[in-house]
Write a new protein. Structure first.
Length: 273
């Protein structure tokens, strides 16, 4: 088995959710086509990247609408969007959610006041011996120093889940420090149209996030040597693209369905009918 060459926050998160799912995705390289949330999120990112690339004074909702209108035909033709088989009503629903997320930025900040240092900034470095990759949505320059920003188009998590969510941006902060030689002062998750979760960058927090990344990396290396990838079942099996191949997952979705707990929009619904 070819060893994994790098780890991103998203692949680490897949590992934590279910090592068997990680194996299907990153060892067998089986497709994991994006769902509704992912395609909507990508489009929102594209519009905001274009908007924040403008001169500060031009970053208006009208300008955002111009970008959204210009990019919309690409969205409708995107194979990932076409795969979702949306009718007119479905596409209109996507359009409304995209616009709500884009304009949701103004509920969180005034984009004309942001000194953008970079958007969609690619990172590739080593963190505690782990080859790390990631993409920072936005890196801002402030009077106090750099700020790492990540956009989210879903709802903000409950407070209990917040530390997990911040791991991603703390890892970006550590990688920015290594690659640019400048330690960010703050990280923030913009849940567009909802709220911002932010934190001051302190060595203890970034070190802890890097240590958790290292633990995942060690677990993956061990699993690759032993070819043991545990199937970790749960409600997300209903949305796993590999459930058809996974006996434990199929059993789980049938159990959830029998209890009347499988959501009607779960893709795995077709395996319990
Ligand atoms: S169906 Fe569930 S247990 Fe199986 S790989 Fe997917 S997430 Fe893991």
């Amino acid at each position: 088995m070819a060893p994994r060459r790098s780890l991103s926050p998203s692949s680490a998160s897949t590992w934590r959710q279910c090592p068997a799912r990680w194996r299907y995705r990153y060892v067998e390289n089986l497709p994991d086509p994006p769902g509704h949330e992912a395609v909507i999120g990508s489009f929102v990112h594209r519009v905001l990247e274009a908007l924040l690339g403008e001169e500060p004074g031009k970053r208006s909702t009208d300008r955002a609408r111009e970008f959204a209108t210009r990019f919309w035909p690409d969205y409708v033709d995107d194979p990932d969007v076409r795969r979702l088989d949306l009718d007119e009503v479905g596409l209109l629903g996507h359009k409304r959610r995209i616009w709500a997320a884009v304009t949701g930025l103004w509920q969180l900040e005034d984009p004309t006041t942001i000194d953008v240092r970079a958007t969609e900034h690619r990172l590739r470095t080593e963190l505690d011996g782990v080859p790390f990759t990631g993409v920072v949505d936005r890196l801002d320059a402030t009077e106090d120093g750099l700020v790492v920003t990540d956009y989210k188009s879903g709802k903000a998590p409950t407070h209990a889940n917040t530390p997990d969510k911040l791991d991603q941006v703390f890892l970006y902060a550590a990688a920015v420090e290594r690659t640019l030689g400048e330690t960010p002062v703050r990280v923030q998750l913009h849940y567009l149209g909802d709220r911002t979760i932010d934190a001051v960058v302190e060595a203890a927090a970034t070190d802890a996030a890097v240590a958790r990344l290292r633990t995942v990396w060690d677990e993956i290396e061990h699993a690759q040597q032993t070819d043991e990838f545990t199937a970790s079942t749960g409600p997300l099996c209903g949305w796993c693209p590999y459930v058809e191949r996974c006996d434990a997952g199929l059993e789980e979705v049938r159990r959830i369905h029998a209890r009347g707990r499988l959501r009607a929009d779960a893709p795995a619904m077709k395996y319990v009918a």
